[in-house]
Design a binder for this molecule. Structure first.
Ligand code: SAM
Length: 440
C-alpha cells in the first residue's frame, strides 16, 4: 500500500486553493478604507447618472433572475464541484445530476455578473473566481447558505399576493401574519422549528451573514471585546462572533443563549470541531425564550451582553418587551449591552450601506415582523427598554454598526446624552473607557 502514489496536484486545483482566503478580517487602515468607500460611492453614482433611465429600469427589473440563479447554483454546490480545476457545464451537470443546457445559461448569467469565470475552449470551461469561491464549503468567508436562503424572499415576486397584502395588511400589527408567514401558514420561527434540518440551514446562513454584513471578523479588530470577563451571545444562533471572541481572548468566558433546539445544534457543532476542548470548557449553552424572563441568563459584573441582529427581527412592542426582560435579568450588575445592527443614517443617501439598510427594512417588514431603525428610533426603543444609547461604532467592511449601551443606567443616570453628542467612533483612539460610560 505504501507504494501507492498520491495523484499529482493540477495547476487548476492550486488556483482554486488560492481563492480560499479571507479578505475581510484584516481590514485596511481606516483612512485607506474610507478613501476606497468614497471612490466606490462616486463610481456607483456616475454609473447611475450616465445610464439612460429605460436601460437602468430594465436592469433593475432583472435582478430577480440574478438572485434566483445565484441561490440555485449555490444550493446545488457548483462552486465545490470546481475545486479540482475547470469543468464544462456538461461535466458539472453530469456530476451533479443537473440539466446541462439550463445550467450553462445560468452560469453564463452569473459570469456576466462577475461570479465564476469562463475559459475559452470547446466547450467552454468554467472555474471559480474570488466571488464564486465564497460559495465553497470551508471558505473562510463562506456565503453559500446565505445565498441559498434567498428562497424566502421569492414570496415577494408573487405579484397578486403582494398587492393584496399591501392593500389589506398592517405589517406592524404583531398578531398579523407577514407576507412570508401567510405563505408558510405560521410564524417564521415556528416554521423553522417544525421543518427538519431547516434550523441548521438557517444557522449556517446566519454564520455566512456575519461575513457579508459584519465584515468577516473585522469586528474583532473594531471593538475591544477583551474589556469584559464574560460574553453572553443573546440569541446567538451559531455563535459565530462568540466563538471568534473566545478564541481571540482566552481569559474570557462565554454563554450562548437561544431557543432549545438551536442551542443543541450549536453545541453539537462546536463539540465536533477538533480543537474545541478548551473552548467548550469556557462556554455555557443556555436554552430559553426571550419572552420568558425567568429563562434569561442573570447578569454579573464584567458581563457583555451581545445582541446581533435580534431587535431588528421584532416589532417595536416586542423588542421593548425583550429589552425590558433583559434589563431585569441584568439587574444591578455592572454590565455592558452591545447591539450589532444596521442603523439607517441617510434614508435616501444611495450609498451601498443605505441601499442595504433599505432592502433589509423591506425584508424585515414583509417576511418577519421586524424593521431596520434610524438612530433616533434606536434611541427611543432602547429608552423604553430601560437602556440609554451611548455610542455608535463603525465596523470596517460591514453594513452594520455596534451600538453600545452602558449599565446600570435606568433611573440612575445624571441625565441622558443628547443625540448630537453621541459619538460615532470609527477608530480606537476615540474609545471612551467603559468605567466612564457608567458615569453618564
Ligand atoms: C437573525 S438570528 C441571529 C442569530 C445570531 N445572533 C447571529 O447574528 O448569527 C435570530 C436568533 O434569535 C433566535 N430566537 C428567535 N426567537 C427567540 C426566542 N423567543 N428566544 C430565544 N431566541 C430566539 C433564533 O433562534 C435565532 O438564532
Amino acid at each position: 500500500m505504501s507504494g501507492l502514489k498520491k495523484p499529482a496536484r493540477t495547476a487548476g486545483a492550486d488556483y482554486e486553493d488560492s481563492l480560499m482566503r479571507d479578505g475581510l478580517s484584516n481590514p485596511l487602515p481606516w483612512p485607506i478604507y474610507k478613501a476606497i468607500q468614497a471612490l466606490v460611492w462616486l463610481l456607483e453614482y456616475l454609473l447611475r447618472r450616465l445610464t439612460p433611465p429605460p436601460i437602468r429600469m430594465m436592469k433593475e427589473s432583472w435582478r430577480g433572475y440574478d438572485s434566483a440563479a445565484l441561490g440555485t447554483i449555490a444550493h446545488c454546490g457548483v462552486a465545490d464541484e470546481l475545486r479540482n480545476g475547470p469543468l464544462s457545464a456538461g461535466q458539472i451537470a453530469h456530476n451533479l445530476g443537473l440539466r446541462k443546457d439550463d445550467l450553462y445559461t445560468m452560469l453564463r448569467l452569473l459570469v456576466n455578473n462577475g461570479i465564476f469565470e469562463a475559459l475559452p475552449g470547446k466547450p467552454t470551461l468554467f472555474r471559480n473566481n474570488a466571488m464564486s469561491a465564497t460559495l465553497r464549503e470551508g471558505h473562510p468567508t463562506r456565503m453559500r447558505y446565505w445565498c441559498t436562503v434567498s428562497q424566502y424572499w421569492r414570496c415577494m415576486y408573487e405579484q397578486d399576493t403582494m398587492q393584496q397584502y399591501l392593500r389589506t395588511a398592517d405589517p406592524d400589527a404583531a398578531s398579523e401574519l407577514t407576507l412570508l408567514e401567510r405563505s408558510l401558514g405560521k410564524p417564521f420561527w415556528k416554521h423553522l422549528q417544525d421543518t427538519p434540518g431547516l434550523d441548521a440551514a438557517f444557522a449556517a446562513a446566519m454564520s455566512d451573514q456575519s461575513n457579508g454584513l459584519h465584515g468577516g471578523l473585522a469586528v474583532l479588530a473594531d471593538y475591544d471585546w477583551s474589556s469584559y470577563s464574560r460574553m453572553i451571545d443573546f440569541g446567538g444562533g451559531p455563535g459565530t462572533v462568540l466563538e471568534a471572541v473566545l478564541r481571540a481572548h482566552p481569559q474570557m468566558q462565554g454563554v450562548l443563549f437561544d431557543q432549545p433546539q438551536v442551542v443543541k445544534e450549536t453545541a453539537d457543532l462546536w463539540q465536533a470541531k477538533n480543537d474545541s476542548r478548551s473552548l467548550m470548557s469556557r462556554v455555557a449553552f443556555v436554552e430559553g425564550n426571550f419572552f420568558k424572563p425567568g429563562t434569561l441568563p442573570r447578569g454579573k459584573d464584567g458581563d457583555l451582553y451581545h445582541l446581533r441582529h435580534i431587535c431588528h427581527d421584532w416589532s417595536d412592542d416586542a423588542a421593548v418587551n425583550l429589552l425590558q426582560s433583559l434589563r431585569r435579568a441584568i439587574g444591578p450588575a455592572r454590565a455592558m449591552l452591545v447591539l450589532t445592527e444596521m442603523v439607517i443614517t441617510n434614508e435616501f443617501g444611495g450609498r451601498s450601506t443605505d441601499r442595504m439598510a433599505a432592502a433589509y427594512d423591506v425584508m424585515m417588514r414583509f417576511l418577519f415582523h421586524g424593521k431596520e431603525r434610524s438612530l433616533e428610533a434606536w434611541r427611543a426603543l432602547l429608552d423604553q427598554g430601560g437602556f440609554h444609547l451611548l455610542r455608535l461604532r463603525e465596523i470596517r467592511n460591514s453594513f452594520s454598526c455596534i451600538i453600545e449601551l452602558p449599565q446600570p443606567c435606568y433611573g440612575l443616570g445624571k441625565g441622558r446624552p443628547a443625540l448630537n453628542t453621541l459619538q460615532h467612533a470609527s477608530n480606537s483612539q476615540q474609545l471612551i473607557q467603559p468605567t466612564q460610560l457608567l458615569l453618564l
